[in-house]
Design a protein around this ligand. Structure first.
Ligand code: FES
Ligand code: FES
Length: 164
């Protein structure tokens, strides 16, 4: 053990990770500073903007409010972990197609939140989509294109399940 630091071991995008952290450091800092995952955005740092969202065992969480040592043994997914064999996830493709990315600051967190929704509910209603993304703020798009992108991805995922 390094002085004043604790070892934390978890899986990041399917791969095992071991790193030292301060007991009171956040998962946001651990991912960005220790591991260089800068797709996890530093926004408000008080749990209000959703820019730092990651999936923790499949559920969206704001990493600025999670203490780093508490992810011991867990699975963390960031936007880097959702494409497969070099192919973008249907949500990533849909965000591009629908023009749902402007400055892109909210995009990784927004897509991860949407992924958690579609993983649990592949056919969400408009209301369910709005409720799911209510903690992810976007200052650019007005949300319409983001919602369209999630609906488009939902259709793509359903049709690929039927054709499999
Ligand atoms: S930076 Fe975590 S919610 Fe805003
Ligand atoms: S695209 Fe700029 S904040 Fe959402």
């Amino acid at each position: 053990m390094k002085e004043g630091k604790v070892l934390v071991r978890f899986r990041l995008n399917g791969k095992p990770v071991e790193t030292f952290t301060k007991p009171n450091d956040t998962l946001l800092n651990l991912l960005r500073r220790n591991l260089g995952i800068t797709s996890v955005k530093r926004g408000c740092e008080v749990g209000e903007c959703g820019a730092c969202t990651v999936l923790l065992d499949g559920n969206p969480v704001v990493s600025c409010l999670i203490l780093a040592p508490t992810v011991e043994g867990k699975e963390i997914t960031t936007i880097e972990g959702i494409s497969k064999e070099g192919e973008l996830h249907p949500l990533q493709q849909a965000f591009i197609k629908a023009g749902a990315v402007q400055c892109g600051f909210c995009t990784p967190g927004m897509i991860l939140t949407a992924k958690a929704l579609l993983d649990k509910n592949p056919n969400p209603s408009l209301r369910e989509i709005k409720e799911a993304i209510q903690g992810n703020l976007c200052r650019c798009t007005g949300y319409t294109k983001i919602i369209q992108a999630i609906q488009l991805a939902s259709k793509e995922i359903k049709s690929s399940c039927i054709s499999d």
